[in-house]
Structures are given as C-alpha cells and as structure tokens.
Design a protein around this ligand. Structure first.
Ligand code: SF4
Length: 350
C-alpha cells in the first residue's frame, strides 16, 4: 500500500487506505466511538492489505469483535486507579511508582490494558499543578528508588517538557532509576530525535527505555536506528511484548522477535499475558499456551532471547512470573526434587 502522509484516525480513513472493508464501516464506527484509533504512517506501511490475517493490522486496525465484552473483562484490569494515591501516580510496590504524564499515544493498540483511559477522549494530561503534586509524593517517600514514566506514551512530549520532568526527578536524591515505557521507536521512529534522547539523560541517574514491540516486522531499519540513537548515547534498552493470538502466538514468530531485539542490543524483558481489557478476548491466549511457547523458546533460543512470561493479577495485586515451572515440587524436607529439561525429560536433583 502507499504510505499515508498522516496518522489514520477514523474508520473511513482506514477504508480509503484499503485497511478496512467498507461494508463493515458502521460496526467499526461503533468501535471507534468507544476506543481510540490511530495508526501511524510507519506502522500503516507495514500492513499487507491483501492479507486478512496480517499481524500488524491485527494489533492496530479496529475489529468488530471489540464490541463483545466478556463477563470477566474489566475497565481497569490491573487496578491502576485502586493504587493511585495522587493524580498521575500508581504506587503498587514499595520501591517504585508509575508516573503517568499523558494519556495519548502515537498509535492505539487494540488490546491496550488502559484502553478506557487513553486516547483523545480519554483522560487529560497532568496539569502543571498535578505534576508538582506527583513529584512531591515521590520526594516525600525515600523508599521510592525507581520512577517509571508511562501513560500513554511519555515520548509524545516535547524534548523540552521531558527534560523538565527528568531534571525534577534528578533532583530527588533517593530516585536512582528512571524507566521510560514507549512504543515510539516503532510507531514513529523519526520522533526519537537526538534532542529527545538528550532529554532522557540526566546526571547521576540511570535511564532505561523499555520498548513495547510484539512482532519482528515492527523492528524496521528506521525503528532499529531510533533505538540505536538511545543505546549509543548510553540509554540501555529492554523490551516488553504482549502475547497476542494471531500476532505472535507461535514459537517461530516469538523467537524471531526475541532474536531481532537482541541483535538490536535490546534485552527481552517481559512477555505479558494479555490483560482482561474489555473487548479483547479474541486476542488473548490461554496461560497454558503461553507456557508451551516459553518452553519452546527455552529449548531453541539463546538465554539472551528469554523474556520473563508474566501476568498482572487482575485487580492490582501485582505482576508475577507464570512459568513454565521446571521443578516438579518443592520438598520441605530437603530430599531430591525432579527437574524437567527443555525437552520435558525429568531428572532427579539430589
Ligand atoms: S502504546 Fe501502550 S498505552 Fe498506548 S495504546 Fe498501546 S498499549 Fe496502550
């Protein structure tokens, strides 16, 4: 397809670009009225309109299936609001907080766990007074070692605004790590400028950028160059991916994604099990399927290519690794345990 000049934000734009069937426009308009739609030129270009199962389209083109909300799905699946003591802060674990500065993104993922909060009609960006309140909350709590900028995508902010926030964080003695969660290097690599990277670096603190990426095709030459601009300037990168039905739920795709990340000097960090976000059942896998995929990765791919498969427990109880488990049972008496090798054969460890 021809690369669109602008981000596609309406079902009619998608139909005109050949990315949505015109006869389904009424349903897609209903989806778009509820959940934000945006496909950036860089990602639209990757979609093969002739492939009804295109893994990039599946992540970003709205689907009438989103209108069906399963009984177990919830608007705030991981309990952000229940753990938010002041505007913009989510404080779930003792040593770290989320700081959500904005609620807009360069693209809107159809499986987003914050889909009821993000988008042009979602929650507003923090005001200056709210940012001051959030920073005061962090300043007053010496146990906070790490601040995670998320949202929305914090890299939608200008380099100047980002640097202001980074400077404020740098002035807090007990904050040692700033982690930035973003999809920008794949969604709009041209926006990861040298100025943005410079803004992320502050003296005396370590900044990590965590890239959200789900399919190896997203790691285009431009995306890899954007990541290299971070890494070459001393900002290490990790990745997080969501396990998605029809996108990356096979060992070959998942393995190719992890290898492409490692080759780009990005350490695979998390593979998230899909959250119970409303209207996303068609994209979720079963936990057993995810464990089988992790077993396949462990057997066939370098240790560098192994993310941790995690579940955010619904309601906000926290994020935990969900296997697979290679040790058969814990033995409190200290006797032998059985350990499975990557092929599934059992061995006794005395
Ligand atoms: S980039 Fe992140 S916050 Fe934004 S829509 Fe995608 S998953 Fe949600």
């Amino acid at each position: 397809m021809r690369t669109p000049a602008r981000t596609l934000r309406h079902p009619l734009d998608l139909a005109r670009a050949g990315l949505a069937p015109p006869d389904r426009l009424p349903e897609l308009e209903r989806v778009a009225a509820r959940y934000a739609v945006a496909i950036s030129p860089a990602l639209a270009e990757l979609i093969d309109p002739a492939d009804p199962h295109d893994p990039i389209a599946r992540q970003f083109v709205p689907d009438p299936a989103e209108l069906a909300v399963a009984p177990e799905e919830r608007s705030d699946p991981i309990g952000d609001d229940a753990n938010s003591p002041v505007a913009g802060i989510v404080h779930r674990y003792p040593d770290r907080v989320l700081l959500k500065l904005v609620h807009v993104c360069p693209v809107y993922c159809r499986f987003c766990f914050r889909r009821e909060m993000v988008g042009p009609h979602g929650r507003a960006a923090l005001t200056r007074a709210e940012i001051a309140g959030a920073l005061a909350y962090i300043r007053e709590r010496p146990a906070i070692w790490e601040v995670i900028l998320t949202g929305g995508d914090p890299l939608v902010l200008s380099a100047r605004r980002l640097h202001e926030v980074m400077r404020e964080l740098a002035a807090i003695e007990h904050v040692k790590i700033v982690r930035v969660h973003t999809r920008m290097p794949v969604a709009a690599p041209e926006r990861v400028t040298r100025e943005v990277v410079r803004a992320l670096k502050v003296a005396g603190k370590a900044t990590y950028v965590v890239l959200h990426v789900n399919h190896p095709r997203e790691l285009t030459a431009a995306a890899r160059a954007a990541c290299a601009r971070c890494i070459d300037r001393g900002v290490p990168m990790l990745s997080q991916s969501v396990l998605l039905r029809g996108v990356n739920d096979d060992a070959a795709t998942l393995g190719a994604l992890m290898r492409a990340l490692v080759e780009a000097r990005i350490k695979p960090y998390y593979l998230h099990h899909g959250d119970l976000a409303p209207g996303t059942a068609h994209l979720r896998t079963r936990i057993g399927e995810g464990q089988d995929l992790m077993r396949a990765l462990r057997g066939r791919y370098s240790g560098l290519c192994q993310p941790t498969y995690v579940l955010d427990i619904p309601g906000g109880a926290g994020k935990v690794p969900i296997g697979p488990n290679y040790v058969s049972a814990r033995d409190p008496a200290g006797a032998a345990v059985e350990v499975a090798d990557p092929e599934g054969c059992l061995h006794t460890y005395p």
